[in-house]
Design a protein around this ligand. Structure first.
Ligand code: C2E
Ligand code: C2E
Ligand code: C2E
Length: 91
């Protein structure tokens, strides 16, 4: 499996993730909620996740970490440009 480029931090758009109607994203949403709980990070609109957790999720989805990133990309639940993300939402 390809290593995930270390420069690319995986940042989830929580609103897009939790509001997504597709049950395909169920496991990602479940992990994100669990991480929020463990960090006590409840108010964020985004969540940075560990490369390790991405790897584990990829196993669950029977793909590679980069394959999962592509899938998340297609579903529109990743944030790439934090500055633009916060600027667009008027913060
Ligand atoms: P831990 O792994 O022993 O980490 C203790 C604290 O070290 C974390 O407290 C956090 O403040 C800091 N820390 C560890 N790794 C990183 C990192 O890569 N980046 C940053 N910015 N800080 C880091 P926190 O956030 O309150 O988390 C408490 C515990 O909850 C963690 O203990 C870990 O067991 C679990 N946890 C939190 N987030 C995650 C996650 O994304 N994935 C996993 N697998 N566990 C997590
Ligand atoms: P960054 O990692 O590029 O994050 C930019 C902003 O995105 C953060 O601004 C925060 O508003 C949001 N953000 C990113 N990841 C998360 C997340 O998992 N949960 C939540 N709730 N928000 C998130 P902020 O907090 O002002 O931090 C600015 C920069 O300061 C961060 O840029 C990072 O480079 C650094 N930083 C802040 N806290 C930590 C930390 O605990 N560990 C490390 N290593 N860097 C930190
Ligand atoms: P970050 O805080 O900018 O950390 C970038 C990378 O530095 C992490 O990638 C990890 O390889 C390393 N690192 C940072 N702090 C620690 C630490 O306390 N212990 C160890 N062993 N390594 C550390 P990674 O794991 O892929 O995490 C990506 C991002 O996810 C982190 O970026 C941070 O924003 C978030 N994150 C990961 N784990 C935690 C955590 O336990 N608590 C919180 N609050 N955020 C976390």
């Amino acid at each position: 499996p390809l290593p995930v480029e270390e420069a690319d931090k995986i940042v989830l758009n929580l609103e897009a993730l939790y509001d997504h109607p597709d049950s395909e994203l169920e496991h990602v949403a479940k992990l994100a909620r669990s991480i929020q709980q463990r960090r006590g990070d409840y108010n964020g609109r985004i969540l940075s996740i560990r490369a390790d957790d991405l790897y584990t999720l990829a196993v669950i989805y029977s793909t590679t970490p980069s394959g999962l990133v592509e899938k998340l990309e297609d579903y529109g639940v990743l944030v790439h440009d934090l500055q633009a993300f916060f600027a667009d939402s008027g913060e």
